[in-house]
Design a protein around this ligand. Sequence first.
Ligand code: FAD
Length: 314
Amino acid sequence: MDLNTVEEVVRTADPAEWRDGDAWLAGGTVLFSYGGAAFGKEPLRRLLDLGSTDWTPLAVSAAGIELAATCTVAQLYAFPDSEAARDRAGDWPGLDLIRPCCDSFVASFKVWNMSTVGGNLCTSLPAGPMISLCAALDGTATILGPGGASRTLPVLDLVTGDGTNCLVPGELLRSVSLPASALSSRVAFRRLSLSHLGRSAVLLIGRLDADARLVLTITAATKRPVQLHLLTSPEAPADALAQALDAAIPDQLYHDDVHGLPAWRKDMTYRLAQEIRAELTAPAGSGPAPVSGDFWPPGAWPPAPYAESPTERA
Ligand SMILES: Cc1cc2nc3c(=O)[nH]c(=O)nc-3n(C[C@H](O)[C@H](O)[C@H](O)COP(=O)(O)OP(=O)(O)OC[C@H]3O[C@@H](n4cnc5c(N)ncnc54)[C@H](O)[C@@H]3O)c2cc1C
C-alpha cells in the first residue's frame, strides 16, 4: 500500500534520530500491508530504514545464538543447514525448533525473504512465530534507546498483548540472545490451525531442562506468551499441569479472532500441553507422534461445542 503521509525515508539505526511520526522500517511486510494505522502510529511522517545496517544476522558462540533484529525469516530458516549449526546439532536439540517456527509463518517466499525477526517481535501478534521461538528458548531482547541507552528484557515480557509490547516510542530492538542452556534442552513442538496453511491458532513449545523441569511456552492461543515451569517427578500430582494452566491463563487471556474461538484454543492448549508432557517425559524418541498443522478434517468444522463462530456473534 502507499504510505501517502510519509515525506522521507532515512537510512539509520540510531535511536537519537527518532522523532514523533517516525517508524522503524525493517522488512516492511506489516508497514506496507497495513500502514501505521493498525498500530496507532498514524500519521507516519518518516520511515527509519534499518536496511543499511551491517548487523550479522545470526552469530553462534559457546554462549548461544545472537539473532540480529534484522535477521530475515529466510536467513533463519537456512541456518540449520549451515556448518555452524551442524557442528552444534548434537549439543543443541533446541535448534530443531527453528524450522517448525519458520514454517508456522505461513506466507510467500517474498514475505519470508523480507520480514525480520525484529519486525515479527515488534508487531507482537499472538501468532508471531518468532515470538514463540524466542520466548520458548528464553530469549533476551537487547533494546536501544536515545542517548546511547540500552536495556535488556526477556522476550516473554517484551510482548504484552495482541499487537502491544513494552517498547517506548523511539526504542529500537537490536537483537535477541538465545542462551546455550535453553538450546541444550530436549524440545517438543505442537501447532494447530483451523485451516490448511492457516495462521497459528495454538502453538505450544515444551523444553525439558537439565534439572528435569518442564518449561512450557504457550503462544498463539493466548494474547501474549505465557510460560510455565513444571516439575516432572513421579510425585507430581496427575492434574498438576491442568492446575498450572488454570492458574496461569484466565479465560480472558485466550485470544479471540477468526482463527479460533477462545474456548477451542483453551481446550487445545490443555490437550497439546498434555501431549508435550507425555513426549518429553518419555525416553527420547519414544513419545507419541507430534500433532501439527490442521486439526479438523475437511467438513468437520465447527464441532458441536464450538458451533458459534466469531462472525456469527458479531
Ligand atoms: C501474507 C502474510 C502473512 C503473514 N503471516 C503472519 C503470521 O503468521 N504471523 C505473524 O506474526 N505475522 C504475519 N504477518 C505479518 C508480518 O509479515 C510479520 O509480523 C513480519 O515478521 C513483520 O516483520 P517486518 O520485518 O516485515 O516488519 P515491518 O513491517 O518492517 O515492521 C513492523 C512493525 O515493527 C516495527 N519494527 C520493526 N523492526 C523493529 C525494530 N528492530 N525495533 C523496533 N521496532 C521495529 C515497525 O516500526 C513496525 O511498527 C504476515 C504478513 C503477510 C503479508
